[in-house]
Design a binder for this molecule. Structure first.
Ligand SMILES: Nc1ncnc2c1ncn2[C@@H]1O[C@H](COP(=O)(O)OP(=O)(O)O)[C@@H](O)[C@H]1O
Ligand SMILES: [Mg+2]
Length: 270
C-alpha cells in the first residue's frame, strides 16, 4: 500500500503548493444549482495533486456524481471554477475531456463496440489515429485490465466486473492523466470487486491521478492517499484516511470493519 501523501491546501501559486506538489485539479468556490433550483454543490474548494488517489465518500445524494461531472464539463459551474492541469474546464472542454477519463456507474452505457477490441478502439478510431498505433494502444490497454484474452468477445456477454474493466480500458487507451470512477464496485461480486480494484491500483501505480466516488469505503480506502467526505453538497472532511475514517458514520458512510475493530485499514486483495 502506498503511503498517504500530504493533503493539499490552497496557495498563492496556481500550480504549486508550498511542498512543491503539482496540482492537477483545482476547484474554487464551486457551486452547482440544478434547473429545478436544487443546490447540488455548495462552495467546494479542493486541490488534487498529480498522482494522488482520492476517495470521495458520502451517502446517496450527497453530491459525489455531481462533483465528478464537473471534472470534464458534463456539468458546468453555476458559480466558481474548475481547473484541470491549468485549464479552466468550461473554456477548454475538448482538451479537458482528453485529460479526464470518466468511468460511469452504469458500465453498460459506456459500451459502443461489437467486440471488446472494437469497443476500446472506438475512441482512437474516431480521432483517426494510425492503424498500428491503435492496435498497439488497444492491446496494451486490454492487457492492463486483464481483458486481452477476451478481445473477440461480445461486450454484452461479459460479467459485471469485466464490463467495468472494459470501460476502464476504453478510457485508458486515450491515456488520460486523471481517471474518475463513479461507484466502480456497485453490483459486482467478490471476484468482480477484486479484479476492478486490482485494475484501479495498477492505474495509480502507472501514475494516473485517481478520483473515485463511493458510498462504500470498505473495498478501497486502504489504497487511498486521501479521503474526502461530502455531505449535502459540501466537503465535510478532507484528510488522510487513517485520520478521519472513524468519522465515516457521521456522513452516512459505513465505517470499515477493520477500523471498527481498531485495526489498520486492510486491502480487499489480501
Ligand atoms: N439533474 C438533476 N436535477 C435536480 N437534482 C439533481 C439532479 N441530479 C442530481 N440531483 C440531486 O443532487 C443531489 C446530489 O446528487 P448526486 O450527485 O447524484 O449524489 P451522489 O452521487 O452522491 O449519490 C441529490 O439530492 C440529487 O437528487
Ligand atoms: Mg452518484
Amino acid at each position: 500500500m502506498r503511503q498517504a501523501k500530504r493533503s493539499l491546501t490552497s496557495t498563492a501559486n496556481p500550480m504549486h503548493c508550498e511542498n512543491l506538489v503539482m496540482v492537477i485539479i483545482r476547484i474554487k468556490n464551486l457551486c452547482h444549482r440544478f434547473e429545478n433550483g436544487h443546490w447540488g454543490l455548495k462552495n467546494i474548494n479542493l486541490d488534487v495533486a498529480v498522482g494522488e488517489f482520492v476517495v470521495l465518500a458520502g451517502a446517496n445524494g450527497s453530491g459525489k456524481t455531481t462533483l465528478l461531472r464537473h471534472l470534464n464539463g458534463l456539468l458546468l459551474p453555476t458559480d466558481g471554477s474548475v481547473t484541470v492541469d491549468g485549464k479552466e474546464v468550461q473554456n477548454n472542454i475538448l482538451q479537458v475531456r482528453q485529460m479526464v477519463g470518466m468511468v460511469f456507474q452504469n458500465a453498460d452505457s459506456q459500451i459502443v463496440g461489437e467486440t471488446v477490441y472494437d469497443d476500446v478502439a472506438f475512441g482512437p478510431e474516431n480521432l483517426g489515429w494510425p492503424r498500428e498505433e491503435i492496435v498497439k494502444k488497444v492491446t496494451t490497454s486490454l492487457q492492463q485490465v486483464d481483458l486481452a484474452h477476451l478481445q473477440h468477445q461480445r461486450p454484452h456477454l461479459l460479467s459485471g466486473g469485466e464490463k467495468r474493466r472494459l470501460a476502464i480500458a476504453g478510457i485508458l487507451v486515450m491515456n488520460p492523466k486523471i481517471i474518475a470512477l463513479d461507484e466502480p464496485f456497485s453490483n459486482l461480486d467478490y471476484n468482480g470487486v477484486k479484479q476492478v480494484l486490482q485494475s484501479i491500483i495498477g492505474l495509480h501505480e502507472m501514475g494516473h491521478t485517481i478520483i473515485l466516488a463511493t458510498h462504500d469505503l470498505e473495498k478501497v480506502v486502504a489504497h487511498a492517499d486521501r479521503l474526502i467526505f461530502i455531505d449535502k453538497g459540501q466537503i465535510a472532511r478532507d484528510g488522510a484516511p487513517e485520520m478521519i475514517i472513524k468519522e465515516s458514520e457521521a456522513y452516512g458512510v459505513r465505517e470499515p470493519c477493520a477500523s471498527r475493530l481498531g485495526e489498520r485499514l486492510s486491502s480487499w486483495l489480501n
